[in-house]
Design a protein around this ligand. Sequence first.
Ligand SMILES: [Mg+2]
Length: 229
Amino acid sequence: MVRTTIGAPELREMLRFTAEVLVKEEPRLNALDAAIGDGDHGITVRVGFQAVKKSMESTSACADIATMVGNAGRAFMGVTGGAIGIILGKMLICGQEVLKGRKALGVDELQRWLEAMKSTIATVGKAKPGDKTILDAVHAASVAVSISSSESKDIAEALLAASHAAKWAASETANMLCKVGRASRLGERVLGHPDPGAVTFSIILDSFYRWLVEHPIETYASPPLDSCA
Ligand SMILES: [Mg+2]
């Protein structure tokens, strides 16, 4: 049976799992950042996602998907600083607006959220695709989901396509020069090193997909409406 949506209580579990994965990635992400920056990307991600995990634990299972991602983003932004802290926080928060009123996360909702992330990064980070930023991974994921969604509404298939595309795009950033941010001053020294933000985004999508594969049917069914009144 094809699975087409992820309900709100499940999205909460998925975000919590993703946060746990990213907390463990701190050393690798710091090392990637040390090659082209100040080496603190893994710290920002760890601190931010520890807060996301906590916020998911205190968000009601009755909350809708928009509230889930909004709470996660506000938690992230509340404890992190720097450009990437604001960008990652707002990438989560922007989901609140575009997912408002949606009962579950399906392929269309995923596409809307990725589009919103793209405009958020373009506005906040003043980046374009090809500038060696997290946007390269988000852009690739968005293209992959739009292709996947024209053929199938299978949410696992869409997330797999998105995660492969983001991983490929993150590795491609190693061949790019930094156009924005502090690392833009490093010129060709950044060649051979991927953008840590793009790698982080590919890990987020990979974690979403892995969680989904381990939960092929709705094990966290939505609570009955009367229990949420
Ligand atoms: Mg840094």
